[in-house]
Design a protein around this ligand. Structure first.
Ligand code: MRU
Length: 344
């Protein structure tokens, strides 16, 4: 995918409606913070790094269209916009990281309202650019872990569509493919929102990378039959004791360990939240209709109880390595990283 998943075009945020893919390619032009927030809530925009870029652009829209007369007035508008965006989805830390980064910098900026508005847009552009660069680096480092002929399983969609461009887990796949390695990808369908079936297969087929779609429940069987060499997934938040990613990731990691299959996580540093542990992370609980229905067709009885968490926690003991833009972090490095960031 050569074009960006999200872009700023003259006061509008342009992105693709991922809820409609792969059947319809609808381009959205979002004009204010509320429209971005709505697109996030309805998962037209999704995927942790993309949520970070979208949150940054939501604040840029507020600043760009503001009529504030003073710097203080604009900052209060930005704080209000930040609250709106923070209330959309709770788990991917990139969204909160991008908002905090912009607010802190805006508050330390001494120019007037007009200059501050330009500064906020510049910072949002930087966040998007940095994500694009980080994904290329993740791809380059991660490709060293992938051998010619490997069959790589991935879960959900951690591709170009989940990021500004190129992807994290699929960045590793893309870089390996670009190096001439004849790899194949197994994509899980990823119930209930089917990001694997709808988005991962769509992206990879567009790039001509061989991909096979499986039901989520087929992972154990394929591993037992030695049909999977490696697992590479993305992350929504990496905390001190776990990787938080799409529901089903934990089960895949346990199965991988049981079968001696490496389990890699690919994520930019904006996904790291080492102040937190899994115990104090909010896991998004989504609508019961995602489970009771397939499309608009009800499949479950009317009165059935539903639990529908969107993410789960994979303890670090199941993670062979984390690939980020600075390199590959093996288990021993996890502790070093925490120390380098000031955590014991
Ligand atoms: O609910 P989603 O589609 O936003 O969940 C996305 C994932 O779980 C991805 O694996 C994660 O955000 C990493 S994307 C590079």
């Amino acid at each position: 995918m050569k074009t960006r998943t999200i872009e700023w075009q003259n006061g509008t945020v342009v992105t693709i409606d991922q809820a409609k893919l792969p059947h319809e390619k609808v381009v959205l032009g979002l004009k204010n913070c509320e429209e971005v927030a709505e697109a996030i809530k309805t998962m037209k925009i999704r995927g942790a790094p993309l949520l970070g870029a979208a949150a940054a652009y939501a604040l840029a829209l507020t600043a760009y269209h503001s009529k504030a007369k003073s710097r203080e007035e604009l900052i209060s508008e930005l704080e209000k916009a930040a609250e709106t965006v923070r209330g959309t989805r709770p788990t991917a830390v990139n969204l909160f990281w991008a908002i905090d980064r912009i607010l802190v910098k805006a508050k330390n900026y001494s120019g007037d309202a007009k200059a501050l508005s330009a500064f906020v847009l510049e910072e949002a552009q930087k966040i998007a650019d940095e994500d694009a660069t980080a994904n290329r680096s993740i791809g380059k480092y991660g490709a060293a872990l992938i051998s010619d002929g490997d069959v790589v399983l991935t879960h959900c969609n951690a591709g170009a569509l989940a990021t500004v461009e190129y992807g994290t887990a699929l960045g590793v796949v893309r870089a390996s493919w670009e190096q001439g390695k004849k790899i194949r990808v197994i994509a899980t369908e990823t119930r209930p929102k089917l990001q694997g079936a709808r988005l991962t297969t769509y992206e990879l087929k567009k790039d001509g990378i061989p991909v096979t779609l499986i039901a989520d429940s087929a992972v154990g069987y394929l591993m037992h039959k030695r049909l999977i060499d490696k697992v590479v997934v993305g992350a929504d938040r990496i905390v001190r004791d776990a990787v938080i990613n799409k529901i089903g990731t934990f089960a895949i990691a346990v199965l991988a360990k049981e079968h001696g299959i490496p389990f890699y996580v690919a994520a930019p540093k904006s996904t790291f939240d080492l102040k937190r542990t899994s115990a104090n992370t909010v896991v998004e609980e989504r609508k019961s209709e995602e489970i009771t229905h397939i499309g608009s067709h009800r499949i479950a009885p009317e009165d059935v109880d539903i639990i529908n968490p969107a993410f789960d926690m994979t303890p670090l003991k199941y993670v062979s390595a984390i690939i980020c833009e600075s390199g590959i972090l093996y288990k021993a490095d996890f502790n070093k990283l925490k120390a380098s960031l000031g955590f014991k």
